[in-house]
Ligand binder design. Structure first.
Ligand code: GLN
Length: 190
């Protein structure tokens, strides 16, 4: 199985490293033709405005959207979550608009800009796993078909809708592999 990691900006290598530890072949996605080769795609964290601009410039936005709508499993971490969302608070437009969620960018104020916490997430791990937040978004509205996987202090920080997974935090920045294993299980059943 080959998994793609969108390689335009942001935390690409950390995801590649985790996937390699799980013995998965990785393709760094930079152009539309590569999408046919993969069983799933990770949209890494970074700066959603920058990644969004490059996605448009490289004509990758529509082809990725098309593959997701056809069922390709996708996982967005942090900025990646923002790219998947239908709506972004205080912004007129959004990017891929495939997931029925509304997100609020940088939702943890300056004092809590970055932090790490631990939580047990049903279906994903039997024990508490580290959750690392960096200028993280929060999900503020969800559609009927969206499942909430994790809430922290009333904020929704991990969601799933059919073939789409989105997390406000960065599993690729901790040593834990459970989230990556979970995403691979989504790619295998496809
Ligand atoms: N704050 C960034 C954004 O709005 C996301 C930060 C991240 O991916 N760590 O795009």
């Amino acid at each position: 199985m080959k998994i793609g990691v969108l390689d335009l900006q942001g935390g690409v290598f950390e995801h590649i490293d985790h996937l390699k530890k799980l013995n998965v072949e990785v393709l760094r996605i930079k152009k539309p033709s590569q999408l046919k080769e993969i069983s799933g795609l990770i949209l890494p964290g970074g700066e959603s405005t920058t990644i969004g601009k490059i996605l448009r410039k490289m004509n990758l936005l529509d082809p990725i959207k098309e593959e997701i709508l056809k069922g390709m499993p996708v996982w967005g971490t942090c900025a990646g979550m923002i790219l998947l969302a239908d709506k972004i608070q205080d912004e007129e437009d959004a990017y891929l608009k495939v997931m029925n969620i509304k997100v609020k960018r940088n939702s943890y104020g300056s004092q809590l800009d970055s932090f790490e916490t631990y939580s047990k997430i049903n279906n994903i791990s039997s024990k508490k796993i580290p959750l690392i937040f960096i200028r993280a978004p929060q999900v503020i509205e969800i559609g009927d078909k969206v499942k909430v996987l994790c809430k922290l202090d009333d904020k929704i920080v991990a969601v799933k809708e059919n073939n789409m997974l989105a997390t406000s935090f960065h599993p690729e920045l901790s040593d834990d592999l459970e989230f990556h294993k979970y995403f691979l299980s989504m790619c295998r059943v496809k």
